[in-house]
Design a protein around this ligand. Structure first.
Ligand SMILES: Cc1ncc(COP(=O)(O)O)c(C=O)c1O
Length: 440
């Protein structure tokens, strides 16, 4: 039976009002209508409290419906002359256009879709391999998820020298001065994350891009931990390549890699010999994209647009999406600060990342350790209350090792999304209060 800690009993359970219009917002203050928002995610009707969103977010009903619709109505091969195939082709192309619009790509053929960020990074670095010469320098960080490190490391086989931009162990930030010390005219690529999936910090990628471009290099940004919380703008990010996964952004296990058209055109084709290097994005999508997941992902853009218009936004679809993300950020900041304030008051707790939500520059991904406690013991206790959090290194293993936290089982990570409620955070805090008293 589900155990409920004493404190939890005092908090009202979330209930969806009857006859609720899913997106109607009453407040002129542009606050999210959480009942309406939550009704968009069928899994949130269960008893589980989902606070492992940086691992994977819940899926929008409309995304699942679109995937179902595609499979039931248009499951044919693309590009044939019969009507069904024409319809399928149109759907998949329109999905690519929707993703291009969502991330502000200048051209939809700059959008490469694939199964995962990790897979797309291996595709990218594989395509870059023939252009790497001995003595070329590549900079990776030791704060990134391994997805944006491993593929770059493999370029050593072509003679590249790999340099590590290391986290400052006091500020827990990647410091620009440290980057400047390792940048050189031989720097070909810098690979970094927009937001850390452990620290929750946001990196100044546009400023990094400026410095990298000044020495003639290029910047590859992993946006996986950023995209669920802020509207991605690939052009203003300054990046040359930008990658993220849809299963963190309310969609299915699927991912997108954007690159400047000129850069993508300069890469060799990884597809069949008769698929030329001018054939964007197909040349980087061997075996083709997943049609139904592509079509499903366009539902994320529709959702963001609808949230924005319900909040009173007008103008372009992206302006509406921006309004939605602004409201997400305000709400997530409040949730994050609630938990951070509790953790700051606990003796023995060390927050691994910024201790406060300041200047909107912290994602609601909060990691911590408790002195003398294995992180697993904290999470196992919370598991009993049907609250999903987790412990470990989250594949940012180099960061956990650099901070000397591996023997403690890594960090405890609580990661929120815009659909989480203050009551859920209160319930988690109730569990944590109990667990702090339990001997390990
Ligand atoms: C920051 C970050 N980058 C990359 C990845 C890898 O994404 P994928 O599972 O799509 O390969 C993750 C997954 O957790 C992540 O958190």
């Amino acid at each position: 039976m589900l155990q409920v800690p004493r404190r939890c009993l005092t908090f009202p359970k979330f209930r969806r009002p009857r006859n609720f219009h899913p997106m109607k917002i009453k407040s002129p203050m542009q606050l999210l209508n959480l009942s309406a928002i939550r009704a968009e995610f069928p899994a949130l009707g269960s008893d589980c409290i989902y606070l492992d969103n940086a691992g994977g977010s819940q899926v929008l009903r409309r995304v699942a419906d679109r995937i179902h619709d595609y499979l039931i109505t248009t499951s044919v091969q693309l590009g044939a002359s019969y009507a069904q195939s024409q319809r399928a082709s149109e759907k998949v192309l329109s999905a690519r256009r929707a993703v291009a619009e969502m991330i502000n790509a200048a051209h939809d053929d700059e959008v490469v879709m694939g199964p995962a960020t990790t897979a797309l990074m291996f595709i990218l670095t594989h395509a870059l391999l023939p252009g790497i010469a001995a003595g070329d320098e590549i900079i990776v960080t030791n704060t990134d998820h391994e997805a944006n490190i491993g593929g770059w490391m493999r370029l050593k086989q072509a003679g590249a020298e790999i340099k590590i931009w290391e986290v400052n162990r006091d500020s827990l930030m990647l410091e620009l001065d440290d980057l400047d010390r390792i940048l050189s005219t031989r720097t070909r690529w810098v690979a970094m994350t927009h937001a850390s999936n452990v620290l929750g910090s946001v990196n100044p990628v546009a400023e990094v891009a400026r410095r990298v471009h000044a020495v003639g290099g290029r910047l590859c940004v992993d946006g996986v931990a950023y995209a669920p919380h802020r509207l991605v703008d690939v052009q203003s990010s300054g990046a040359d390549i930008y990658v993220f996964s849809f299963y963190k952004v309310f969609g299915p296990h699927y991912a997108v890699l954007w690159g400047h058209r000129d850069l993508l055109l300069s890469l060799p084709s990884l597809n069949h010999h008769f698929i030329g290097s001018e054939d964007l994005p197909y040349k980087l999508q061997p075996g083709n994209v997943n049609f139904e997941l592509s079509w499903g992902c366009a539902g994320i853009a529709d959702y963001l647009h609808d949230v924005g218009t319900a909040l009173g936004a007008a103008g372009s679809r992206r302006q509406c999406m921006q309004t939605a993300f602004d409201a997400f950020a305000r709400h997530e900041d409040r949730l994050a600060e609630k938990l951070l304030a509790y953790l700051r008051g606990q003796p023995g707790v060390r927050i691994i990342g910024h201790e406060r939500v300041d200047e909107g520059n912290r994602m609601p991904t909060i990691s911590f350790v408790v002195a003398g406690r294995h992180s697993e013991s904290i999470v196992r206790h919370v598991d009993k209350f049907n609250i999903g959090i987790r412990f470990g290194d989250f594949y940012a293993r180099r960061l956990i090792e650099a901070l000397g936290l591996q023997t403690q089982g890594g960090v405890v990570r609580v990661s929120m999304a815009h659909y989480n409620t203050a009551e859920e955070i209160d319930r988690l805090i109730g569990c944590l209060e109990e667990v702090m008293e339990v001997p390990s």
